[in-house]
Design a protein around this ligand. Sequence first.
Ligand code: APR
Length: 308
Amino acid sequence: MKITIIGAGNVGATTAQRIIDNELANELVLVDIIEGIPQGKGLDMYESTPITGVDVKVIGTNGYEETANSDIVIITAGVARKPGMSREDLLNTNFGIVKEATLKSIEKSPNAIIIVVTNPLDVMAYTAWRISGFERHRVIGMAGVLDTARFRTFIAMELNVSVEDVYAFVLGGHGDDMVPLVRYTTVAGIPISELLPKEKIDQLVKRTREGGAEIVSYLKTGSAYYAPSAAIVEMVESIVKDKKRILPCSVLLQGEYGLNDVFVGVPVKLGRKGVEEIIELKLTDEEKQALHASASRVKSIIDSLKFD
Ligand code: APR
């Protein structure tokens, strides 16, 4: 198993470290445009492996030669948010970066599965899919696992229970209009509506929607990376070990949920082939409306981009 991470910044480097610690690859390549950074971070990580007792060869580079024949390519390259910025504010800069990262990666690894992390997430995942020409099951955006983890954390904090027992699903685009599915949210199988009053649940939903901005407002110089990298690794693990976990991911919909030609977060089965199934939940009219509103926002941004 060979994994390449494009972008050796906060998200990319933390993801690399988690992949190495969990020995999810035999070879890991870190790519960045800044000279010395991927080499330095990569070597530093490699030197940690005798201590942690894992066999992962780590290579840092400014080019793509070393990435050849990767099984998974994770794109984290791009600029991150600063306070007051929305994910969409990153659009133009990151569009160029993701186009370049995709083209150069697929030239060397035409059979890879691409996981996109760069924001605005759903639009960048669409970009990677469109530019790569890959089948849709090989291009996956990371957002839902992170958004769900934030929702689960807030619920666990509120009820003072283990995060492990909190189960939740968040659909839609990775933005302020994401759709946390309260109906599917349970604590050890108990619907959350039996445990918390509606106003409290609404507050937690709001905090989840604004979860990324909350971290940006604390950090000031960048955006979240510990939870995002953990989310990426949960997806990577399901692919590498062919676990077939059902996880919320941003994927290209072609008729599912009544949506077409747009990347948006829905539950999918992740295995060795990538997205092995898109799970269609029965949504209420209200949930469907919220999902469609979120998807049309993503689509309007996609329509504003020039691909040729
Ligand atoms: N090719 C490779 N690497 C690039 C390129 C490029 N064309 N352009 C920028 N980079 C690198 C930067 O040099 C930097 O090291 O991408 C890295 C981004 O790292 P950070 O600035 O630390 O940003 P990070 O917090 O990792 O977020 C990256 O993920 O979660 C999203 O919104 C976030 O879009 C942002 C991305």
